[in-house]
Structure formats: C-alpha cells, structure tokens
Design a protein around this ligand. Structure first.
Ligand code: C2E
Ligand code: CA
Ligand code: CA
Length: 400
C-alpha cells in the first residue's frame, strides 16, 4: 500500500464542476481515496464514520450554506485530528487569516491555495502533510507553581543558552542572545514559555532576571578573555524597570564582571498592557546614557509598538519572527518587514531579523539592508561552551 492510498481526502466545495475537477486532479497525482461533498453539513456527517487522523480536508471557503470558517469551528468542536488545506478565490490576506485561525484551533493546516487550483502546487502542499502536526497546546503542558519556581531559583537550576547573531552583509558572528532554560531535576529541560509568566505574576521575575544577568555577564567576560568579542543580549521583562535601583544594579554588575555597558543589549518586551511609567522611562534613559543598548523585542506584535518607540530611547529593533520566516510567500509580511526596516533607517537604529528558519529566509534577508540575522537556519540556542566550536565551524563554512 502506498502512503498516498493510506490518506483519505475529503473535498468540500459547493460548485459541482469545481468538485469534479478537483477529484480528477487528485486522481492524477495518485490520491485514490477521495470523497466529495457539496456542503459542510454533508462533510461533518461523513467525518462521523472515519478515522480522522488519516484525513485531509480540501476546504472551499466561500460556500452558500455553511461557509468554510463556520465549518472549521465545527471541526474544532469535535477536536478534529486530521489536516486541512484551504482553497479560495479570496485574496492572500484573507486566506492567510483563516489559515492562522485554523492553527489557533490547534488543527493542522497545510496552508492555502488560490482558486483555480494549480496541480503542481496542490501536489506540493499535500506531500507535506506528515510534517504539519498541530502545535502542542500550552494547556497540555505541566503547570509549575510559584513555590517550585522559587526553590528552583534558590537551587540555581536556571541555565542560560545562547543563540548566535550574525551580520547579514559580512556573515560574521557579532553577538548572542541569552535564552534561559530550567534544568528541572525530574522533568528535564523546561522552556521559558512555561515559567516566565509565573515569575512575572508572582513577584519572582527580579530574582530570576538577576540570576540570568549574573551568569550572562560572567560569560561575556570569559568569552572576552578567550579573544571572542560578542555583544550579549539579555531578555528583560518590563516589570524589572519598575524599580528605580535597577539601573544602578546593572551598572555595578557590569563593573564587577569587568565588562562595559556597550557589551550588553537589553531586549525589552511588554508581556502585559502597561503604559511606560515615568520610573521605567527614567531607568531606561539612564541605562542608554551609560551606553547599554536598548532593543525593542518582537517589534510589531502585542504591546511592542510604535508608541513605545516614541517613549523609550531604543537603538535596536528586532523584527518579530512572524514577519520574517516564510517572508517570500507572504506579501503582507513583506510589507510589514519593509516598513519596520524603513523605520530603523530613518531613526538610525540597528535592525535585527529573528526567525531566519531556512535557506529561503536567509537568501531573502541577504538581499535587504537589514543589519543582523538570528534564527534556526544560522544556529539554535546552545549551551555557552558550544558557542566557540560553533563559531569556528561557521567561519570555516563562510570563508571568514
Ligand atoms: P524571544 O526573546 O523572542 O526569543 C526568541 C525565541 O525564538 C526563543 O525561544 C528562540 O529559541 C526561538 N527561536 C530562535 N530562532 C528561531 C527560529 O528560527 N524559528 C523559531 N520558530 N523560533 C526561533 P525560547 O528560548 O523558548 O524563548 C521564548 C521567550 O521567552 C523569549 O522570546 C523571551 O521573550 C522569553 N525569555 C527567554 N529567556 C528569558 C529571560 O532570561 N528573561 C525573560 N524575561 N524572558 C526570557
Ligand atoms: Ca528576545
Ligand atoms: Ca523576539
């Protein structure tokens, strides 16, 4: 049995001639288990009788009785485990939004195709079905209590990983971003999305941030001693800047570690709605005067916005990964990316693109005048001791 004949394809489309055409096209590219339905209601009845993990639904968005969006909600309610590929004559932004909606429902989306459907593109999208598993829901992950976190901080269970950043033009490694990991004695490596928000809401973020800073500063000095000049970026929660002493703490910590403020980039995002208070503005401006770099993280999302650029003297802007990865295939992303890049040029800021995940992203980026790149294509975050060997390999591969 071939892999293709293990998959059941359900086509839902209310235009009879289009339905026939799709069935014919699918047969042509080797899919022989195809069921056709002319409405969402019919499709839902059919789904009752099959193993949906082996099912791909080709879904038309614009149908007269139950439209595609309504149908997707029914799929979410019945916790559909298969895959969906959208077909529509609507423009890319509408198709992209529905694709995101499907993903938000934790349903695996194979993306979208413009109608009339191109046979080659249809075949390519369908072949990827194995790679597209729904993202693990955060609610399925273990929840940690504030007390567990508190004792983990006291027991020094947090370790900084570092992800390289390279200069887009020269490909030279210019810095690293510190990303904290929790080495849980029983559960293994725990990622920040499972504990940062707990630290922020239970008054533990100051202690956690200070542990991260201490380790990062010591590491910066160690790299300098071995001849590696890297700017080290640290993620700081906006809550940390509510304390007037935080600027002095950072200044003392750099002096104690024997490094300069200009060796350090402070990456700032707001996790919750909070207009910059005069205290945080004071702390941030003092840090900038003392030559720490201030970077606005996840630019373009949530509260990381234009008004923040006005209020805080940022000198670096990180274009969020949602605008970078797969940029070549998305016109809206490209427009937002270019606008953000334009802003950095007009304001004299350094630009960093995160989420450079594959060779296509990297090639695109190299055709722009973005300054710095970071992402899985270059390197994943790694323990400090792996950075030096990785740089040697990267430089050899790029003839540096
Ligand atoms: P962030 O600051 O936006 O960091 C980038 C995240 O994207 C990291 O996830 C990194 O591993 C991941 N990443 C890097 N390259 C790629 C790529 O090419 N594709 C994709 N899809 N992802 C990529 P991580 O390490 O899980 O950290 C998540 C978030 O946790 C960080 O997002 C940051 O906001 C927060 N965080 C991490 N360390 C700290 C810390 O020490 N303090 C605070 N307050 N927050 C931290
Ligand atoms: Ca960051
Ligand atoms: Ca970011």
């Amino acid at each position: 049995m071939t892999e293709k004949s293990m998959i059941q394809i359900l086509v839902i489309e209310d235009n009879p001639s289009m339905l026939k055409l799709l069935q014919y096209m699918l047969g042509n590219i080797g899919y022989d288990q195809v069921t056709i339905c002319s409405s969402g209601q019919e499709g839902l009845i059919w789904l009752e009788s099959v193993d949906d993990t082996q099912t791909i639904i080709l879904l038309d968005l614009n149908m007269s009785k139950m439209d595609g969006i309504e149908f997707v909600r029914h799929l979410a309610n019945r916790q559909f485990k298969g895959h969906v590929l959208l077909l529509s004559g609507e423009d890319e932004r509408i198709r992209e939004t529905v694709h995101k909606l499907i993903t938000n429902y934790k349903i695996a989306s194979l993306g979208h195709l413009h109608k009339p459907v191109n046979l080659e593109l249809l075949s390519l999208k369908l072949e990827k079905w194995r790679q597209f598993q729904p993202k693990e829901s955060i609610t399925n992950k273990k929840q940690y209590s504030a007390n567990e976190l508190r004792s983990a901080i006291a027991n020094h269970e947090f370790i900084n990983y570092y992800q390289p950043q390279v200069d887009v033009k020269s490909t030279k490694v210019v810095g690293v971003e510190s990303l904290v990991r929790w080495y849980h004695p029983v559960d293994g490596i725990i990622f920040p999305d499972q504990f940062i928000h707990i630290a922020e809401t239970h008054g533990l973020i100051d202690d956690l941030t200070r542990a991260v800073i201490k380790a990062a500063f010591t590491q910066t000095k160690a790299w300098q001693k071995s001849g590696l000049k890297l700017q080290v970026a640290i993620n700081i929660s906006m809550d940390n800047f509510a304390d007037l002493d935080f600027a002095d703490y950072l200044l003392n910590a750099t002096a104690n570690a024997g490094i300069m403020p200009s060796d350090i980039v402070l990456e700032i995002t707001e996790s919750k709605l909070m207009t910059s208070s005069s205290i945080s503005m004071e702390v941030l401006t003092r840090l900038r005067i003392h030559r720490f770099s201030l970077s606005i993280d996840d630019f373009g999302t949530g509260h990381s916005s234009l008004s923040q650029l006005c209020n805080i003297p940022f000198n670096e802007l990180k274009i969020d990964q949602s605008f970078v990865h797969d940029i070549i295939n998305n016109e809206t992303q490209r427009a937002i990316f270019n606008a953000s890049l334009g802003l950095t040029k007009q304001l004299g800021m350094k630009s960093v693109a995160e989420g450079v995940e594959d060779k296509v992203d990297w090639t695109f980026l190299r055709s722009t005048d973005c300054d710095i790149a970071q992402g899985y294509f270059i390197a994943k975050p790694m323990p400090a001791e792996d950075i030096y060997p990785w740089i040697i390999k990267w430089e050899a591969a790029h003839h540096l």
